[in-house]
Design a protein around this ligand. Structure first.
Ligand code: FAD
Length: 145
């Protein structure tokens, strides 16, 4: 058993809507606890940025399944590494919509801090920026509970 963290980005299907996101979250919340997975899924500007943490085999199986999902495409692995601890252990999968939330202004400022692009664009961010962004969003949402 090796604890690992995978970060990837992908393009959402152009007509992806709120119901799709809700369905994805329902599946994640149903499947991930049994697989020992934790993480965060950010969505904005028609892009996904997801971090998956857990046993390397479980993370690989989830990622391979997620890759075949027609609700997104063009997945890019940003980072995959063995880690000594989880950073997102509070969530089986925390969804963060980068617009349209009650924390929109704070989320927007946080997103801009880690990117040179005017809009959320994980493919234009380094692995370190992606992780720092999600850690900060994690803290933001944890403190707003
Ligand atoms: P089922 O729900 O029975 O699905 C069977 C097949 O149908 C799968 O190939 C699935 O991709 C496809 N499917 C199901 N519903 C739809 C739909 N509404 N539209 C199109 N195709 C559909 N799942 C997790 O378990 N954990 C995660 O962390 C996770 N993160 C995701 C992140 C993103 C960006 C996306 C797009 C999907 C994510 N999913 C996640 C969903 C994942 O891709 C699978 O749909 C899900 O894990 C399959 O669950 P299941 O084995 O119960 O099969």
């Amino acid at each position: 058993m090796h604890l690992c963290r995978l970060i990837y980005s992908s393009k959402a299907r152009p007509d992806l809507g709120f119901t799709d996101l809700r369905n994805i979250m329902e599946k994640s919340e149903k499947n991930n606890p049994g697989d020992g997975l934790t993480g965060m899924l950010c969505f904005g500007n028609s892009m996904f940025l997801q971090v998956l943490e857990g046993d390397r085999g479980a993370v690989s199986r989830a990622y391979n399944r997620i890759l075949t999902d027609p609700r997104h495409s063009d997945a890019e692995i940003i980072e995959c590494s063995e880690v000594s601890e989880r950073l997102f252990s509070d969530w089986s999968m925390k969804a963060v919509q980068l617009s349209g939330t009650q924390l929109t202004d704070k989320v927007k400022l946080t997103t801009q801090r880690y990117s040179s692009a005017p809009q959320f664009s994980p493919t234009a961010m380094t692995a370190k920026q992606c992780l720092l962004l999600m850690c900060e969003l994690n803290a933001l949402f944890a403190s707003s509970l």
